[in-house]
Ligand binder design. Structure first.
Ligand SMILES: [Zn+2]
Length: 84
């Protein structure tokens, strides 16, 4: 009797896109605040909700507002959206 090795569940990839209602400048500003202040904010890429207590390099946290695994920190957002 052999037990098949359980396959790891494929992790849904976090789609990082510009959060609704946000501009790259606002995310840049948030990143600056996270570097020089004590505020840790992230943004939901799905609904644009601002979520507190999110590390700057967080990715795919659960949104308290819409429930999507789409909350990212400003560093992650800038890196993915600002690109170069
Ligand atoms: Zn959301």
């Amino acid at each position: 009797m052999s037990t098949p090795t359980p396959q790891p569940e494929p992790q849904p990839e976090t789609t990082i896109s510009m959060p609704p209602g946000w501009t790259i400048e606002e995310i840049e500003e948030m990143l600056r605040e996270s570097m020089f202040g004590t505020d840790l904010d992230g943004v939901c890429c799905s609904c644009g909700n601002t979520q507190y207590g999110v590390e700057p390099d967080a990715e795919g946290y659960k949104c308290e507002d819409c429930g999507a695994m789409a909350v990212c920190g400003p560093h992650t957002l800038m890196f993915s959206l600002g690109g170069e």
